[in-house]
Design a binder for this molecule. Sequence first.
Ligand code: FEO
Length: 173
Amino acid sequence: MLKKKIQEQLNEQINAEIFSGYLYYAMEAYFESEDLNGFASWMHVQAQEELLHAQKFFDYINERGGKVELDAIEKPKAEWDSPLQAFEDAYEHETKVTERINNLYDLALEEKDHATASFLKWFIDEQVEEEATADEIVNKLKRIGDSGHGIFMLDSELGNRTLDTAEYTEENE
Ligand code: FEO
């Protein structure tokens, strides 16, 4: 059985993951409006991943005999001045998510909830990857600067991203 304090924080994390998805869908819409279809497609995959993260928390609460409680999702920002600004926001957002996951992990240890601590390890590793990926794209965009050719090349590269569902299947959990 989950302790109330832990259950509350896990439910808040469902909200935070769905908000992340919402934010990346907003970025997808922004890139679509700029005719940057590869950037938009990358954000679409990112948004789908966030919903899978939310699902993982949802399933875990149920598996532990807890109660999922869904709250309202905050409205995300809708406009950015440039692809660089959008990816800088994405990177900053991911650092905040990392902080949330780390706090949740600290709480699980404090409460001696070893199962939750173990469950959260997947997210601790995932956040290293999430931050590194966003940071890499920020750095590429900084190097590209105002080069239309550079943006076009990066747009094609990012358009190749596909959703890898293997890491979300039972045997990989
Ligand atoms: Fe679910 Fe991007 O962290």
